[in-house]
Design a protein around this ligand. Structure first.
Ligand code: GRF
Length: 224
């Protein structure tokens, strides 16, 4: 169906837009940034499903409000981490999503999910990776005393917060920053670059050179 003739969905996306799945654990402000970017025509995609590993995640309400299907797959119901991973992978596979976006998803992504979506899982992290991987990245940055930190969107691999970097944005650290004030300024950048990175990945106009993510086809760079 040509884009002009595509029907408009309740979340503002068009029915022939690339399908993505979003995994959350908490408040879901990055999920909201994706929802808003789609509604504002900044991102051509359709969020087909939101999956949370926590029933109390605030992001589930954001999904409902946007008319997006949401599910809870509670990791506590699974004895083995691999079984939880397989359940999430199957749910995403059934929906036919081509890209999985982690948005504050606080579980490690295991081999089953990685193998189902090779180079097709994105994460947003609140530091300039490879500095300060793991939890409490903003606190780590403050305690280390760096003067600049930021946000990173990267492809997810088996290495924690270690996959190829798609986009980054820098945020200065102020002398009077607390974890909360710094986190709030980083979050603004997360919300700005995550939809951009999703659009870039979905455009298909990129390739990997070793662990480097390079925008543009292998024949030559293109503008993004
Ligand atoms: C964000 O800071 C993200 O970078 C990190 O967890 C936080 C999630 O926030 N991985 P939200 O749930 O998207 O509001």
């Amino acid at each position: 169906m040509p884009a002009a003739a595509a029907s408009c969905m309740s979340d503002g996306s068009t029915s022939d837009a690339p399908r993505i799945g979003v995994l959350i654990s908490g408040r879901g402000s990055n999920l909201q940034a994706l929802i808003d970017a789609i509604a504002d025509d900044q991102l051509r995609a359709r969020i087909d499903v939101v999956i949370s590993n926590r029933p109390e995640a605030g992001g589930l309400e954001r999904a409902r409000a946007a008319g997006i299907d949401s599910h809870v797959i509670d990791h506590r119901q699974f004895r083995q981490r691999n079984d939880f991973d397989a359940a999430v992978a199957s749910a995403l596979e059934r929906r036919g999503v081509e890209l999985v976006c982690l948005a504050g998803f606080m579980r490690l992504v295991g081999p089953r999910l990685l193998d189902t979506f090779p180079n097709a899982i994105l994460n947003v992290h609140p530091s300039l990776l490879p500095a300060f991987p793991g939890v409490d990245a903003q606190r780590q940055a403050l305690e280390h005393g760096v003067k600049v930190t930021g946000a990173t969107v990267h492809l997810v691999t088996g290495e924690l917060d270690g996959g190829p970097i798609v986009l980054q944005a820098a945020v200065p650290v102020r002398d009077d920053d607390t974890v909360d004030t710094l986190s709030a300024r980083i979050l603004i950048e997360e919300h700005r670059i995550y939809p951009m990175a999703v659009g870039l990945i979905l455009s298909g106009s990129w390739h990997l050179e070793g662990r480097r993510f390079v925008a543009g086809s292998e024949k030559g760079p293109s503008l993004v």
